[in-house]
Each structure stands twice: as structure tokens, then as C-alpha cells.
Design a protein around this ligand. Structure first.
Ligand code: ASP
Length: 470
């Protein structure tokens, strides 16, 4: 048996073919049954006489039949296979579908989050979700292709690691071999990618998963995906130009429309004055309707800010009341290095950070990094860390900065968000195959869940009763 894809069969009129896929719709007219069969390449109408009445919608079937040209009056111009139909000779049910817990014949937006995520494998079958997830794959493919062409090396970094500060809480994982000790899941590959610059790769990228224990908002889970990259021997404008070029090529490759061929640059101060925010939307109403993407850069952010006491991660990161605005591994701009090293005028120091905004969202951010140990030490000193505390937090980076680390900088682009914008969606969940629910439960499988008490023993852990637990 040779399976043929539905997209191939319009050329095969007069031949017998075997198709496999899902029953998309079924219309039973007594002796004649019509189904639309769906596979990854499209849909086609299949007609059966005196058989197929038993088929249920979304069952998986194998159908063998004759490809017939439709009569002129029956041609459906709306679909690519509208000029033909399959006259079924045999069929086989490969997996019978019972009544579906959620409907698939709409865009799904009217269905609640809980059933959509519980039955995500069904929800993903709907046309809109298929389009979104395929768009995501195509966009990532275009990014990878451009990056490889520019000599970037795709390198994975550890998932079980030590804390990397990105301003959120860490997720921690207990160690069985060293009870009482913990790994942290990476908030980003920041430190490893810098170490890859020390290691001489010069151009690194990774489609990286980042895990941050942040307060949940309707649209934010604990995990997200970013295009993470880093380059050696570069200045701020070099990274910005490279990233802009890669972004433009990949956006165009998937049919995205850009407002500006060259992304405008605003200082943080200008952005606040002009838009009241550093995440602004440059589109006109007309451009919004056309689904245009309006990118812009924002530069010249302050390096430090006063700790927001209501933010637990900020409170934990700082010991002096001052914390970093974006990234503690950044370098201050050249003209502020003296003040930075001397711990003076902290509120005046500008960082080399650049943020990429798109349609009112932060699409990415990065910076030129500290690559001399004194600069990184000063950053932590300015946040109130003692020499011992600095050693403990970033001693490994300081060691690397003692053995030939080139000047370097990079960026991370939020892929979920960019694909969301490209797809014309307003929720990140619409472009993630298995997103987390708004209450922090995983799709389909419903974690977090209890573990066997024996496992806790092995890990040397004991669960304390929460106050309001019975
Ligand atoms: N590590 C930063 C982040 O994840 C991005 C960067 O500076 O490259 O937001």
C-alpha cells in the first residue's frame, strides 16, 4: 500500500489511490455518504455508495478509491481539490473517534481555556491552530537558515544548572545524589552563552527554553522560548544591525509585512517623553488592520534602579537597595565606567542595553557585556554584595574573565511573542503547542502533582503542611 497525500491527487484523475487521514465532516444521504477527508496537506471530498455510514467525525481512516473529475456544476472553487472527488471502493477504520469533548469546527475562541488545554491534542487539530504552529516552525526555520548562513553555531546549554539572574525567581530541582542540594532551571542561557564567547566560538545561537517563576498573568506561563544569541568582538551597533537583518529576513520569509525597512532608534528618555512607555506601538490604525509589524529599538536605559519592595525577586537580588534594570552582566556605556567602578552616581549610569519593541510589545533585549572582571565585580558591589557574596554568585564568571574573554554582546528575542504578532493573535497560548494554564497547570497532564512519599525520602525532603491545608 502506498499512501498518497491529498495535495497530490488532483493530477491523478482516473487512477485509484490510497489516502489516510481524519474524517473532517460527514454528510449522510441514506444510500450516499460524503465525507471530507483531511490530512496534513489538505482536504478532499470522498463519496461512498452504501457504505461508510458508520464513520464518525475525527476518526482516522484509510480510504482507497478512484479519483474522479467532478461535473462542472459541482466544482468547488474554494478548495484546491474542488475539481475532483474520490469514489470510495474500500476503507478501513484505523482509529474510531467517539463523541468529541470539544468542537473543532470553529476557531475555538468561544471554548474555555480549561477544556481547550485538557484536550489540547484535539484543539490543535483546528485549522487556526495548525496554521499557527506551522507558522512558528517556518519562522524558526527561517531564523536558523539565516543564522547558519552568517556563521552562527547552534549550541545547547544545560537545563539543570545554577541560578542565572534575570530578575525572576528560580525554579529549583532537588538532587538525589546530594540530598539537600538543588539545581536551578535556567532563567536564560545568559552565563553559558558568555562562557561560549570565552571558549572562542565567536557567534553562538540557540532556540532556548527559559524558565522563570514569575507571578502568573492571564497570558504568561513559567516557560518561554527565545532566540538567544551572542557575538564576540562587537559593539552595540554591530549586534543591533545583525539582529535587525536576521529578523527582517525571517519575518519576510513567512510573509510578514514590515512598517520600516530600517528600524527607528529611540532613547529610553525619548520613548518615555513621546509615548509614555518604552513599549510603544508605531502603527497607524490602517497598518494595524493590515497586520503590519512596526519594530523599533530603544537604547540608553539606566543601568540601576531602586528596588521595588513589592517585587520579591528584586528584593532578593539586591542588598543595597539598588538593583539592575535589565541584566547584571551588561557593561555600562564607556563614559560611565569610571563612576560604575567607583560606585558613584548610580542613578546616572547608562547601560549598553538595547530593547527591540514591536507593535507595543517588548520583542527582545540584549546588551554589550562586561568582559573584564572589575566591571562585573563593581555591578554586584553596587548592588551591595560583599566580596564573598560576589565570589559565590559569579565567581565562575570572574575566573573566565581572567583567561582571555573577548569583548562580546548579544540579545534574546522572544519567539512566542513574535510568532503571536505574526499570526495576528493576541495571546501567547495560541502559538504554543502545550502552553500552561492561567493557574500554572500544564496542558493535558495537569502538573504540578503529588509525588510518591518514597521519592521524597530518596531526595531527603519532607513536605511541611501549608497553613490552610487539611
Ligand atoms: N539574557 C537576556 C534575557 O534572557 C537577554 C540577553 O541579554 O541576551 O532576557
Amino acid at each position: 500500500m502506498t499512501r498518497i497525500l491529498i495535495s497530490q491527487i488532483t493530477k491523478l484523475v482516473g487512477e485509484t489511490v490510497t489516502l489516510m487521514g481524519w474524517v473532517d465532516t460527514k454528510r449522510d444521504h441514506g444510500k450516499v455518504t460524503f465525507i471530507d477527508l483531511r490530512d496534513r496537506s489538505g482536504k478532499v471530498q470522498c463519496v461512498a455508495f452504501g457504505q461508510m455510514g458508520e464513520l464518525t467525525v475525527e476518526s482516522v481512516v484509510e480510504i482507497t478509491g478512484l479519483v474522479k473529475a467532478r461535473e462542472a456544476r459541482n466544482i468547488n472553487k474554494e478548495i484546491p481539490t474542488g475539481s475532483i472527488e474520490i469514489e470510495v471502493t474500500n476503507y478501513r477504520i484505523l482509529n474510531k473517534a467517539k463523541d468529541l469533548p470539544i468542537t473543532l469546527d470553529s476557531d475555538g475562541k468561544e471554548i474555555g481555556e480549561e477544556p481547550r488545554l485538557k484536550f489540547r491534542y484535539l484543539d490543535l487539530r483546528r485549522e487556526r491552530m495548525q496554521k499557527n504552529i506551522r507558522l512558528r516552525s517556518n519562522f524558526i526555520q527561517a531564523l536558523r537558515k539565516t543564522l547558519y548562513a552568517q556563521e552562527f553555531v547552534d549550541i545547547e546549554t544545560p537545563i539543570l544548572t545554577q541560578s542565572t539572574k534575570e530578575g525572576a525567581r528560580d525554579f529549583i530541582v532537588p538532587s538525589r545524589f546530594q540530598p539537600g542540594k538543588f539545581y536551578a532551571l535556567p532563567q536564560s542561557p545568559q552565563q553559558y552563552k558568555q562562557l561560549l564567547m570565552t571558549a572562542g566560538f565567536e557567534r553562538y545561537f540557540q532556540i532556548a527554553r527559559c524558565i522563570r517563576d514569575e507571578d502568573l498573568r492571564a497570558d504568561r506561563g513559567f516557560e518561554f522560548t527565545q532566540l538567544d544569541l551572542e557575538m564576540s568582538f562587537v559593539e552595540r551597533e554591530d549586534v543591533m544591525n545583525t539582529v535587525e537583518e536576521i529578523t527582517k529576513i525571517a519575518i519576510k520569509a513567512v510573509g510578514g509585512k514590515l512598517k520600516d525597512e530600517q528600524f527607528p532608534i529611540f532613547t529610553y528618555k525619548q520613548a518615555l517623553e513621546q509615548f509614555g512607555s518604552d513599549k510603544f506601538d508605531l502603527r497607524t490604525d490602517e497598518e494595524k488592520k493590515q497586520g503590519v509589524l512596526a519594530f523599533a529599538w530603544v537604547i540608553d536605559f539606566p543601568f540601576f534602579k531602586q528596588v521595588d519592595k513589592s517585587d520579591a525577586a528584586e528584593v532578593a537580588d539586591s542588598k543595597s537597595g539598588w538593583t539592575f534594570t535589565h541584566n547584571p552582566f551588561s557593561s555600562p556605556q564607556e563614559k560611565f565606567i569610571k563612576d560604575h567602578l567607583e560606585g558613584k552616581n548610580l542613578d546616572q549610569i547608562l547601560t549598553t542595553q538595547y530593547d527591540l519593541v514591536c507593535n507595543g510589545y517588548e520583542a527582545g533585549g540584549g546588551s554589550i557585556r562586561a568582559h573584564n572582571k572589575e566591571v562585573l565585580q563593581a555591578t554586584f558591589k553596587n548592588m551591595g554584595y560583599s566580596n564573598e557574596e560576589i565570589e559565590q554568585s559569579v565567581g565562575h564568571m570572574l575566573r573566565a574573565f581572567e583567561v582571555g574573554t573577548p569583548p562580546h554582546g548579544g540579545i534574546a528575542l522572544g519567539l512566542d511573542r513574535l510568532v503571536m504578532i505574526l499570526a495576528g493573535e493576541t495571546s501567547l497560548k495560541e502559538v504554543i503547542a502545550f502552553p500552561m494554564s492561567s493557574s500554572g497547570r500544564t496542558a493535558v497532564m495537569g502538573a504540578p502533582s503529588d509525588v510518591e512519599p518514597g521519592l521524597l525520602d530518596e531526595l531527603g525532603l519532607e513536605i511541611k503542611k501549608q497553613k490552610n491545608q487539611k
